[in-house]
Write a protein of this length. Structure first.
Length: 58
């Protein structure tokens, strides 16, 4: 999660980009951490072979 960017479905990423649903590739997680820097709850990201989870620590 330190600047590494991978896509599980490149075709889906290209479609979302063409529809204007992606602002900048690879910026979502850093922006999420930045948004929570002054909050008590922190997001936790977990990736498995099949899923990507986001949950919060209190």
């Amino acid at each position: 999660m330190k600047g590494t960017q991978t896509y599980r479905n490149h075709k889906l990423v290209n479609i979302f980009d063409k529809l204007g649903l992606i602002e900048n590739f690879g910026t979502g997680m850093p922006r999420t951490f930045d948004a929570y820097k002054n909050e008590d709850r922190k997001p936790v990201f977990e990736a498995t072979d099949n899923f990507f989870y986001v949950h919060y620590l209190i």
